[in-house]
Design a protein around this ligand. Sequence first.
Ligand code: PHE
Ligand code: ZN
Length: 871
Amino acid sequence: MRTETPQAIRLSDYRPPAFLVDEVFLTFDLQPNTTRVKAKLSVRRNGDHAEPLRFNGERLKPVSVAVDGRALAEGERTIDAEWLTIPDVPDAFTLETEVEIDPENNKALEGLYMSGGRFCTQCEAEGFRKITFWPDRPDVLSRFTVRIEADKAFGRLLSNGNLMESGDLPGGRHYAVWNDPFPKPSYLFALVAGELDVLEDSLVTMSGRTVELKIYVDPGMAPRAAYAMDALKRSMTWDEQAFGREYDLDLFMIVAVRDFNFGAMENKGLNIFNSSLLLADPATATDLDYERIESVVAHEYFHNWTGDRITCRDWFQLCLKEGLTVFRDQSFSADMRGEAVQRIKDVKALRARQFAEDQGPLAHPVRPSSYLKIDNFYTATIYEKGAEIIRMLKTLIGPEAFRAGMDRYFERWDGQATTVEAFINCFEDASGRDLSDFFAWYEQAGTPRVSLASRYDEAARTLTLDLRQETPPTPGQPQKKPLPIPVIVGLLDHEGRTQAFERDGQAVDETVVVLDAAQATVTLTGVDRPPVVSALRGFSAPVVLKTDAPAKDRYVLLASDPDLFNRWEAGQGLAAELILARAAGRADEVNEERYAEAVARALSDQAADPAFKALLLALPSEPDLALQMSPADPAAIHEAREALRARLSVHLEPELRRLHTGLQDLGEFSPDAAGAGRRALRNAALELLAANPRHDIADLAQGHFQAAGNMTDAMGGLSALMQIGGAPFEQALADFYARWKSEPLVVDKWFAIQARDPSEGALGRVLGLTAHPAFEGKNPNRLRALVSTFANFNPARFHDPSGAGYRFLADQILAIDGFNPMTAARLVDPLGGWRRYRPELGALMKAELQRIAAKDGLSKNVYELATRALG
Ligand code: PHE
Ligand code: ZN
């Protein structure tokens, strides 16, 4: 147990910074174990007060502190584990400090650390305080000049902004000086030094300026940065066209590193990426990797305006940059890859991660009001639900007012640190609407449940919709208020034809109904034929919708809804019902056949996009189904889902085989959406064929695996073989490892596939893999590949009735917390759902959480999540 309870930080306690730093000159003398950091700051008192100066500083070995050129004696300043305090300072002065740090032994990967023999930094959210004494908060914006000195073995010396000067130093050393003309908070600071290859390109911006683009990677890897470069250029041009945003420096750099706690980081002019989200070629990366690279490159680039030029006043405003930037990258991906397919994928991710979070003890508002460690709030709620809120805002006020509001935001807040209120206010001004009710979406946690009942009056040709909403309580918020929920509604007839109707005297095919009270009744007129209601089109709000429509209506939607999202959704709803009925011991074989028949028809639709069909073919995931069963029984869900897969496989066999043969990639590999869609459908067909209980398709899967000309197909084959199990799978695993053992990103996939294996002996294998020579226990990618994949994507084995799966996870969390609290804390989440599971499982999960919380010397990160999860 921790001896003292850490102090919560509250939004209501926000005070402007007592001191500002206008300018800083940093000098890094880089040495793996004894790096010296000198900082010269122009400090200014902010406002009329006599408070002492208090700057953050952690794990710094102080060498000297001077004010206006005079070294302070011990008694004139104090330094404890978290703060430098100087009781008495002038109103404006120069502060000079020198500290020593040890990057080589920094395994928390926060601050300045070494990865693959290179120096690199990660400062968001509070890493800069591990580099030098600083008011480490996002509302202190400063102009940085950085001088880096290092041995010439560290060939490239990089920091934010523009290179001002570089040259040789005595003793085989060299230096570089960088200046960033844009004031920025410390969390956007970055430095990289090491041996790197570079891929170079350039782009002419909308005003005709040429920007140099450089992507730095491990020696020999430059060709693998080509796709990221292409994605970067498309992102830059897209942001000009979609939001009028032009890049502002003459140079934009990205560096890939192997050891990184998150996905990537938007440091001004010098993005740093987890190499898994940057490097790709057809042989080593899957289509999913390409897709994620495209979206993360865009995301980090888009931050240049939403995050860097305009930043957050405090960390409670995190969604101001993250939700908005996710919305922007989702819009970009939709334009690149097709709106419906993108929307379905985004909603799947939202449900899998954010809905689960909202239903458990870790539920929190998109703008929380207190935290212990801000690192713990880089969550699906802040990112994904944050993006959904922006999307609803656009739906509610319309695309023109939305764009006008964004323009205002950029104009009004450029160069400043601001708040969510200030952001929403721009849209109030642009639309002339009062959005105060809308703001509740930011402050209220939980997923609203919306119910829809409809009544058709044939004589009056009216359709009455009765809508209700209710949000279940979440920790700290027992009472919920109604939220403004945009529900997009369209009508079909029973033959599946679009049915126009009237709204406010106008003939329309579709309308936005805004449910802004607990209950509302809306009447649509001019409805000529008995309707099938297609509601919440495009998933127009992040809610759980229940309608009173009979199953037959959902078959109509599955066959014909012009809104492809709802077409997919109808299929998912039907499948979920069948699986849950089976899991509860009420298998409905007649309707299972009917469902299989409907999927067969959808598959044979020549006009449909293969990527869309691949999504149609996939049943709802086990974690998703677990959210819909109370209490959740993972074993029963797994069995029932497999049974439906087996039935589909038998029923669709000829068609699946046809797809598998017909979609073979003949030409050259292209990572574009069309090629990826064909591969996705072909691999989905194989995956389903592997569930066939009647025919052994081991040969087909083996052939697929061996003939694979790219990693997507290799993983597709391996995944099918995993389901079949036995010798063919073992052989394929061994071959795969032998071929790829020197490629870390591929070895991650090798660990991950074994972690996903739902078969009986898989837990033992996972335990054994932690002792494999390739298990790099300090590398977050490798840890996630094994531990996080197992806990999040293998419910059948994670929820082993013995509790061994939970114990494994808890052991890992405790071990990792010893050196990397950020990464350890992110593993707590799968145990957080303990109340939703069968009581005997829940008790075992809870016991592991208790064991974690009771551990001596636990980090604040893990302590906060474990205690909240115990709730
Ligand atoms: N700000 C990063 C992003 O979303 C995420 C991140 C947070 C990275 C903290 C590292 C550390 O783009
Ligand atoms: Zn981001």
